[in-house]
Design a protein around this ligand. Structure first.
Ligand code: K7E
Ligand code: CUA
Length: 865
């Protein structure tokens, strides 16, 4: 009822808004709405999510990439996908797994000597200080192969992968403790800790669950496996976890879904897993004091070591009052700790309720040793009722939770109902429900699992898209839906198909907390952050041979690769160290040698190692794979592999007609003249930049520095050209003059980019009317004869409002009825000069008014044209 009313009021408001737009916009908005069948609410939602060109969003989301083994980065509210981060799977764009340095990171994920080239990513987590995101590190689990990947948010690259040596799968991670001291990872599918065969009949005796506490160094951003430990747990299929915070800091919570310890067996006539796993009414929430366990783990007498992992047996944890169980509604999924750490919310996916546990009640039971019993492994059980704050009926299939900035308010996904429910966990009542499409798993709030949730939006991470998008075959994308939660009731704003893998969970952070850099210190190994052993500066390029090992020290800078020819013998092992010498933002070069399955992406300042065996004879072009400048196609070279056991007969030299000295001289003069003309253009751009105070804008300064870098190379080339002229070798001189021209083109390329950027920065802002005027000017036919800032087939209109008495009226009348003014002496003069009559473009009065506004804007910024 309430909701209908509010939707209605939005509609009314929307209509009013659209009407006022419509009047201001000469009905254009109305026309578009009609043509595209958009409602007023659609327009409001579009406005809430639209990001004007060049704009920035408020939040950045890191989403798991599911079976792709990667991560996805997008921004909210516009839902623009910004990047895929390569984590567990080779990724060619970033060169991940195709150059030696990233391959080393990828291969840290080998399991028992085997290469693993994919992952099933589920739960990303951001590093925290006092439970709040610090924007430094991002980690994610791989459920299929028990691993954690660590990503540096300075460059959004994966720096470390650690393998859990005792788990056989890992779903219940990754979750940071509130100061990022540890990362929690629970196993889910119970299995023996060792690598031996154990019959399933010995499940209860030899299969184990567990929680690994990975020691994390938040300064250096690395996991330290030798300082980590695992808490042994019964084979209850531990599912998700969360770390306590605030009141419950130092404790961990992990739920489970098979306390029946059922082991299935369809093939021997047993009912399937799913039947036996949900027989009991309750499963167990595991509550453990990780802070105490961490201290215990340091002493050898408290641990047994399996596959190098320090394991605290259940008996040790129990004897030290560090492990407890509390019944929870059967087959739960999410367990989530409130921002203040006082409430622990568990949603049973087979139960319609959410159960809200209260930490102070749990702690009191623990302190009083008031146990309701013990499980078969001797772990004390706390009474469920006495631990609960209360339960709320939410709907069918409640799964995961996120908190909002309003105290007591939270959001829960309902898998079966395909809804998001907003409710109050303090007052235990439901507030609102919103339909989503379809079958939502996790949901993502803005910093919604931190100690400082921001509210504003919830993203529904839907599993299915069914009818939502253009059919792209039987494998559909999933659907992330953005929901506005700033009002009393929720409003669904936006659908985003996910074209990568099933993203289980996502975490969002305020964009203002992220400070990634745009370039590396020259010669950096980006995977270690240290200088690369193959760092090569300009002038240090070389090829070194040691037996059948060939090391190439190469550089890349617009627009050449140095060296440009590499000749090796068949069977040689070739290592290429390549440094991108650029300093300019976004001047990435890519590198590959055709047919050798290697690729590197070299960001400005980065050095990378590529390695291959030249095991096939032939000629192989290598080239830059990023369109990095106007001369990008020319950025190439040849790898020539010859067979040392073969005799090669040289080809008959072709007799080519050579140029006469006069022809050569003519070409040389022409080239020099072209260079002089190009230089004039460059100087005019430089003058424009200086006149408009470019030094005040750091972004422009970067571009100008880069342009001048290119320009600075010309002197050396000119000297070489002059030398060749002196030596009488005009052919060579022409080549050097051509090189000068290349540098000039590159200078102009960046220089003009700087000029355009500067114009945008210094021009006054266009009014809406002027914007429409510019559009009308372009579409109405004016631009066919008039170019602003230039005389073309018609006069330059810069200053047109200065040229006439009562100019606005004059221009207005002239556009409205040009024929009437052909006799006006000024107009007659122009008709005579251009041999053209201004035609009647049948503009409306509104369009003419807008065009005059545009002329005013042109006038204000006349110096920029
Ligand atoms: Cu619910 Cu792996 Cu967190 Cu999927 S999990 S939804
Ligand atoms: Cu460098 Cu293309």
């Amino acid at each position: 009822m309430n909701k209908t009313f509010s939707k209605l009021s939005t509609l009314v408001l929307g209509t009013a808004l659209a009407t006022s737009f419509a009047t201001a916009g000469s009905g254009e908005l109305e026309k578009i709405m009609k043509k595209r069948g958009l409602s007023e609410n659609d327009i409001i939602r579009a406005a809430k999510t639209y990001l004007p060109t060049g704009g920035r969003d408020e939040f950045v989301v890191f989403s798991s990439g599911g079976q792709s083994g990667q991560m996805m980065v997008y921004s909210v509210p516009s839902m623009k996908i910004l990047k895929y981060i390569a984590v567990f799977t080779p990724e060619p764009w970033q060169g991940y797994g195709f150059d030696e340095d990233s391959l080393k990171v990828l291969r840290q994920g080998n399991i028992r000597g085997r290469e693993i080239n994919w992952g099933d990513t589920h739960h990303p987590a951001l590093s925290e200080v006092d439970g709040k995101y610090d924007g430094k590190w991002l980690v994610i689990n791989d459920k299929a192969n028990p691993r954690i990947g660590v990503i540096d948010l300075e460059d959004f690259e994966t720096k470390q992968i650690v393998v859990n040596p005792v788990f056989k799968s890992a779903h219940g991670g990754a979750f940071f403790t509130q100061n990022s001291d540890y990362i929690i990872e629970a196993c889910q599918y119970a299995a023996p800790f060792d690598n031996n065969y154990h019959p399933i009949e010995e499940y209860k005796e030899t299969y184990r669950g567990g929680v690994t506490m990975w020691k994390f160094d938040n300064k250096e951003g690395r996991i330290h496996p030798e300082k980590s430990f695992t808490l042994e747990l019964p084979p209850y299929m531990q599912d998700l976890s969360d770390a306590g915070k605030g009141a419950s800091d130092g404790w961990g919570f992990t739920n489970s879904f098979n306390t029946e310890m059922y082991t299935g067996g369809i093939e021997v006539g047993m009912p399937p897993f799913e039947a036996g796993c949900s027989r009991f009414d309750t499963d167990f929430l595991h509550v453990y004091n990780w802070e105490k366990l961490a201290k215990l783990a340091k002493d050898d007498k408290n641990v047994k070591v399996v596959n190098g992992m320090r394991i605290i047996p259940m008996s040790v944890a129990v004897a030290n009052n560090a492990l407890f169980l509390i019944p929870e509604p059967k087959s739960p999924h999410g367990v989530d700790v409130s921002p203040d750490g006082e409430y622990i919310v568990v949603c049973g996916k087979l139960d319609t309720h959410a159960s809200v546990y209260k930490w102070s009640k749990i702690k009191a039971l623990i302190d009083a040793k008031a146990y309701a019993g013990k499980d078969p492994y001797g772990i004390p059980i706390l009474d469920m009722k006495k631990s609960l704050h209360g339960q709320v009926e939410l709907g069918l299939g409640p799964l995961h939770n996120q908190f909002s900035n309003v105290k007591g308010e939270m959001y829960t996904s309902l898998y079966v109902d395909s809804q998001i429910v907003k409710w109050n966990y303090l007052e235990l009542k439901v507030l609102d429900k919103e339909n989503v499409h379809y079958n939502v798993g996790h949901l993502c709030g803005m910093e919604g699992k931190s100690a400082d949730p921001q509210g504003k939006y919830i993203i529904s991470l839907n599993k299915l898209a069914i009818d939502r998008f253009q059919n792209v075959g039987p494998l559909h994308p999933q659907n992330h839906q953005l929901i506005d939660i700033s009002g009393k009731t929720m409003d669904l704003l936006y659908d985003m198909p996910i074209p990568l893998g099933e993203p289980h969970q996502a975490v969002a952070i305020r964009a203002s907390k992220l400070h990634p850099h745009v370039r590396y210190k020259m010669g950096t190994n980006t995977k270690t952050g240290k200088p690369h052993i193959g760092k090569t500066l300009a002038g240090q390029e070389r090829i070194e041979r040691d037996g059948n090992k060939v090391a190439v020290y190469a550089t890349m800078v617009r627009s050449h690769i140095n060296p440009e020819r590499i000749t090796v013998n068949k069977g040689d092992i070739v290592t290429m160290y390549i440094t991108n010498l650029e300093r300019a933002e976004d001047e990435t070069h890519g590198f590959t040698v055709d047919n050798f399955d290697i690729h590197a992406s070299l960001e400005p300042g980065e050095t990378t190692e590529l390695k291959f065996t030249a095991d096939i004879e032939g000629v192989f072009p290598y080239y830059c794979t990023e369109f990095c400048s106007a001369l990008h196609l020319e950025m190439m070279g040849y790898l020539m592999v010859k067979d040392p056991n073969k005799k090669y007969t040289s080809a008959q030299k072709l007799k080519m007609k050579s140029m006469s000295p006069e022809e050569l001289k003519a070409e040389y003069d022409k080239t020099v003249a072209v260079n002089a003309a190009t230089d004039e253009v460059i100087q005019s751009v430089v003058k424009f930049l200086k006149d408009n105070g470019y030094e005040k804008h750091p972004v422009i300064v970067d571009l100008v520095t880069d342009a001048l870098d290119q320009y600075g190379q010309i002197k050396e080339q000119k000297a070489k050209s002059d030398e060749a002229v002196k030596a009488g070798d005009l052919e060579k001189a022409i080549l050097f003059e051509n090189m000068i021209w290349q540098y000039m083109v590159k200078t102009a390329d960046v220089g003009i980019r700087a000029k355009d950027a500067l114009v945008r920065l210094v021009a006054t802002k266009q009014s809406t009317s002027a914007q429409r005027g510019e559009k009308a000017f372009g579409e109405g036919g004016c631009s066919g004869c008039h170019v602003i800032g230039k005389v073309s087939s018609g006069p330059d209109l810069t200053g047109v409002l200065q040229r006439h008495e009562n100019a606005e009226k004059w221009v207005n009348n002239f556009i409205m009825n040009p024929e009437k003014m052909y006799k006006d002496p000024y107009v007659a003069g122009m008709i005579n000069y251009f041999n053209l009559k201004m035609p009647n473009q049948h503009m409306t009065q509104e369009e003419i008014t807008d065009i005059i506004e545009y002329f005013k804007w042109v006038e204000e910024n006349a110096n920029l044209f």
